[in-house]
Write a protein that binds this ligand. Structure first.
Ligand SMILES: [Zn+2]
Length: 498
């Protein structure tokens, strides 16, 4: 998938592979040509380019040359232009019998399996496509020309954080046909048919977002005055990172690879969330204690594992206390259950795509309920107004008050706090004008500086020591005087995948 962080990397590689520039020359030309980028993105571009070039040893068996044109498979009927191409780097053997397609990803190739549909499309265009330049304007069809296809095809995946390389497919054109029939053809007919809109973080860069019916339109959601800046994507956690450090928020938002960032306690919180996500998925059945792991044992939920010990037991006790406050305890007329849904709202006033991932939303007797979950081992304490302490609750109130979840009333927003010693529910009424006003004021307070910022400079301080994107940050002051290691040293960068 195209990502704007990859574009300067591609531009540098083009200069090296097609114009014969050195990496240094190409980097300096590209950094001075395009519009100014964040210094952290420039640093990543340089790192990624050098990693790619170092990973790209010529194959000993065949001499390969880079290919500038895209490989496009095209069929034009009376009503539709059917075009396939894939986004990456292309190479072919001098005799044209072998083509190699390379995907680029920001993180490590081992961080996530590449989708077989993507592999099938890339293999197909390499095996059967003809070279074509990018059409100008892009709304025009491609004009492929030259030799179509190759006898043999290789598809590789390259991880830019460390130059890791993984073969995804290797075979003859006939084998590509079979692989494509299994993994690609159905997907392609969906694309041709249009498919359902899948709103999300891609919306901000989509030309059609203002007319698309994908993201829910909720003007004024963030409580800001009319903005004229570029459309941007934000979430409550993004605003939290912004408060800590604008540079960290920015470098996270463009999905640069991150060092591992979870403490043992944070891992436990994720495991409790994942356990309840699975328990609540689908039908409104009250959780019971029978399914809980025994005290003293290790347990897992989703991709999270908690080794036997004090923390694992604390998590089991939290889950046992959840039973008392389970949303489906004595509940009736429940429908539209969505567990950790990825919700997208278009705040056309703030020109922002707002992403939210509440822990649970559902309708009870026609009224929407928005529930957030927090796990903690701290003793209960007074935290003042929950809307101020937990801005994700303010977003829930603003969304329900705006009718953002669809047909149904604004029922309630809940915060469930789980401790090893007990459970607590905080309730907020989104039909109460004062609560709605306060929620909007909180969101405005959190979002104003973010919306007005155009440079996202680093706020250097203690937080830098734990910052998972400090590897890319030119303002990172280095390890502290106690000689603590850099938390995201290149060699140990466990890349989170975008
Ligand atoms: Zn439950």
């Amino acid at each position: 998938m195209d990502n704007f962080v990859l574009r300067p990397v591609m531009a540098v590689l083009d200069k090296v592979e097609f114009d014969g520039s050195s990496a240094d020359e190409a980097l300096s030309e590209v950094q001075h040509l395009g519009k100014p980028t964040h210094a952290g993105v420039s640093r990543f571009t340089e790192h990624a380019t050098r990693m790619y070039l170092a990973s790209h040893r010529p194959h000993a068996d065949v001499a390969m040359r880079p290919v500038r044109e895209l490989w496009v498979a095209q069929r034009i009927t009376k009503t539709v232009v059917w075009e396939l191409y894939a986004w990456g780097r292309r190479y072919e053997s001098v005799d044209g019998r072998l083509r190699e397609f390379r995907f680029l990803r920001l993180g490590d190739v081992g961080s996530r399996e590449r989708d077989p549909t993507e592999i099938a499309l890339a293999a197909y265009v390499a095996a059967f496509g003809a070279p074509a330049a990018w059409p100008d304007p892009w709304s025009q069809p491609f004009r492929p020309s030259g030799r179509a296809g190759a006898q043999c095809v290789r598809v590789m995946d390259v991880g830019l954080v460390n130059g890791s390389v993984k073969p995804c497919f290797e075979g003859t054109a006939e084998e590509v046909e079979e692989y494509f029939a299994e993994h690609g053809r159905r997907q392609v007919s969906t694309i041709v048919a249009g498919g359902d809109a899948v709103p999300g973080s891609g919306c901000a860069s989509c030309k059609r977002v203002t007319v698309c019916d994908g993201p829910g339109r909720t003007p004024g959601l963030l409580g800001l005055d009319a903005s004229h800046g570029p459309l941007r994507t934000v979430s409550i956690s993004g605003l939290r990172y912004y408060r800590k450090c604008p540079a960290q928020a920015y470098l996270r938002s463009v999905h640069l690879p991150r060092a591992y960032e979870y403490s043992a306690e944070a891992e436990l919180g994720q495991a409790v969330h994942a356990w309840l996500e699975a328990a609540h998925d689908g039908k409104p059945t009250q959780c019971g204690r029978d399914a809980l792991p025994a005290l003293g044992s290790s347990w897992s939920a989703g991709k999270w594992h908690v080794a036997a010990g004090v923390l694992a037991d604390a998590g089991i006790r939290m889950l046992a206390h959840h039973v008392e406050v389970c949303p489906f305890h004595e509940a009736s007329e429940i429908d539209s259950i969505q567990v950790e849904p990825r919700l997208t709202f278009a705040d056309t006033t703030a020109r922002a795509i707002v992403l939210a991932r509440p822990d649970l939303v559902y309708r009870e007797a026609g009224q929407w309920v928005w529930r957030e979950l927090k796990t903690t081992q701290k003793a209960p304490e007074s935290f003042g107004d929950p809307l101020r302490k937990f801005p994700q609750l303010a977003l829930g109130v603003a969304v329900l008050a705006a009718g953002g979840l669809g047909p149904g009333g604004a029922g309630r927003v809940e915060l469930e706090i789980l401790r090893p010693t007990g459970a607590e529910i905080v309730l907020i009424d989104p039909a109460d004008d004062e609560r709605v006003e306060t929620a909007r004021a909180v969101l405005r307070e959190w979002a104003t500086a973010w919306r007005a910022d155009h440079s996202f400079e680093a706020r250097v301080g203690r937080n830098c020591r734990w910052c998972p994107v400090s590897l890319w940050c030119p303002s990172y002051p280095g390890p502290d005087e106690n000689g603590k290691d850099h938390p995201s040293g290149a060699a140990s960068a466990t890349a989170a995948e975008s």
